[in-house]
Design a protein around this ligand. Sequence first.
Ligand code: CP
Length: 320
Amino acid sequence: MSTTRKSKPFQWQRKHLLGLRDLSVAEITHLLDTAQGFEEISTRSVKKAPPLRGKVVVNLFFEDSTRTRTSFSLAANRLSADVIEFTQKASSVSKGETLLDTARNLEAMGIDIVVIRHNAAGAPMLLSRNIKACVVNAGDGYCEHPTQALLDVYTIRQMRGSLEGLKIAIVGDIAHSRVARSDMWAMTKLGAEVTFVGPPTLMPAEVGRLPVKVSYNLDQVIEHVDVINMLRIQFERLGGSPFPSTREYSRYFGLTVERMQRAKPDILVMHPGPINRGLEIESEVADGRNSVILRQVANGLAVRMAVLFLVNQAAAETTA
Ligand code: CP
């Protein structure tokens, strides 16, 4: 008599995506697999599918964005949702309205999913505890940027098949980077070894407690890694100057053509954008054959479609 039992299909249960720290490997893998299923929609002549028909998605952005905002808008449109674009500058927030009052007023108009970017860490969690709509974090302070990290690991998986055993360097302004934190959670959960590389002044104080290696010398790391993710210096978040000059920074931590000659021939060069050409990465490298920077942007669309689809599905099941 056979004793094999069929395993249950994975059931996504989160109606909010606030970060990757608490997600299991199975949840991250399910998100990536769902995104892969959505890739095909973008190849159709009519690039639309019905899962969010009749739903309203609001893009609630309190910080500037090019990639994330556009990608979420397009993702929601592709899934047939109605999309509302909210910017702090053109809203009553400039007259003193609080985040919660803003969200509750939008909710009163019948929104289903809030995509929020805010300079305060924890703003998405605050919303999730106070409104009924699904909440998706599009970047909160230095805390997390989960969809950026998901599109990063999606891109690596697409190029290499798996992250298991890969060595990945994340280079630059780690201290002020929500991308570095979300990447760290996603990449290490999927089996990669992550090294944070940068000057001591741009390392977070708690780096010793994080599941990463640390290096202050890019030249000692560059030869050994399979993937290098270059971060922008977040000048808007710096109190003082963390290095003597930008030229000095580029010399020690910039991804130059000369440094690339010492890297593995098939190294993947990544950057979340926006790029400061000539500072953290030379143009020839950003546009070179190892660069997957625009592939990351393209993959962001399928990943965000998957996120919107899954949180909406979880919300429908909790109210059913
Ligand atoms: N990577 C990223 O978050 O880019 P934007 O700030 O343009 O959204």
